[in-house]
Write a protein that binds this ligand. Sequence first.
Ligand SMILES: *Cc1c(COP(=O)(O)O)cnc(C)c1O
Length: 427
Amino acid sequence: MMISFCSTRDPALLASAGEALEVGLASDGGLFIPQSFPTIDVAALPSESFQEMAKMWLHAWLKGTEFEKDISSVVDDALNFSVPIYRLDENTAVLELFHGPTLSFKDYGARTMARLLGQRLARTGGNRIILVATSGDTGSAVADGFAGIDGIQVVLLYPSGGVSEIQERQLIVERPNVQALRVKGSFDDCQQLVKGAFADPALVGIPLSTANSINIGRLLPQMLYYVWAVKHLQNNDIEFYVPSGNLGNMTAGVMTHLAGLSVHGLRAAHNANDFYPAFLLDPSTAFGSTIQTLSNAMDVGAPSNFERLQALLNPAKMRQLIQGEVVSDQDTIASMQRVYEQYGYLADPHTAVGLEASRRFRLKSGEERLHVILSTAHPAKFPEVCERALGIKPVEPAQLAALRDASTNVVDIGAQREHLASVLLGL
Ligand SMILES: *Cc1c(COP(=O)(O)O)cnc(C)c1O
């Protein structure tokens, strides 16, 4: 059976995998979710190689679609890095998702989605301009993922003075078909510019698209590491700890489970942006405004994938499968210190939020169940926080060191609509 996708707001509004990937958002403003789920025999998947397992899993999702024949080469090309699992102790393991080129888990979604979209555009002869506003990991993952793919240009906007030195280095390194724009304004200004471009009459006819985690194409590959952990650790009763912001990773975990992966539960570990954990306790909770924290890639007041979670799980099932936890900045620092002292393991601030949630659930339950914490970023992306928590500077991995001598390409623009429009019209 071929899987189609439908809008979260209207189950009758259908799209093929290719259409959903290309347009991003459904025409009624909803997000795409699978209309039905494959039933996958997890025991029959290969467990020797992540890439071979990935191909079989994605095949079950995409067979019969235009992408069926692309899967193998896309996986080999996009997911050509390792997925190590680091055992802290008997019952606690860290699933390291930061070994891709830009050192965060967002490489999985961005690189895979880019290549699938590239294949589709090659078939249709179309082209797309991907616009992204970024304050953190998304921009570099998207820029790296889409760079050099025929038919695609990337324009990324970031706030001048609003990203760290390392993040900026990752954003402005020269890449084929990528233009970085340093905006005189805030992150919100950047987001406004992107939104405005889609509605700008001067830009009608320019094929704009986005690549943030509202795109289902990013979530499909994010299922793979949950499956890998279960296969690799040979344990069907794992509790997964997911450092969460927009809840894309959490949604991917839910989709994995609905397609046949058995897990004990999923735990949404949030920083002070606590909407979702609060909602799980009290469904009348409303979205909050965004609060800045040390785990800044999770600073989201209104998680975009919440709408998907609600469409995928009825309230009883959601509460049975998912629980939430909120971790303050102070406890994030303490978590980094504890894990370093206890295990000699250097966790980045996002991973530390997951580790602290795991510690608390262990304490509350007294159970010896296996906890797997998704490690979403490399600590070297956050040297200031590591220095503050532990007094040490993380060793710079090759992916970052190489950027020091690389040539850069960035254009400064103002935060007015005309500035972005003139860049887009000149591409
Ligand atoms: C994006 C990001 C998150 C949050 O992931 P969501 O899918 O938005 O919940 C967590 N950690 C890091 C390092 C990230 O870059």
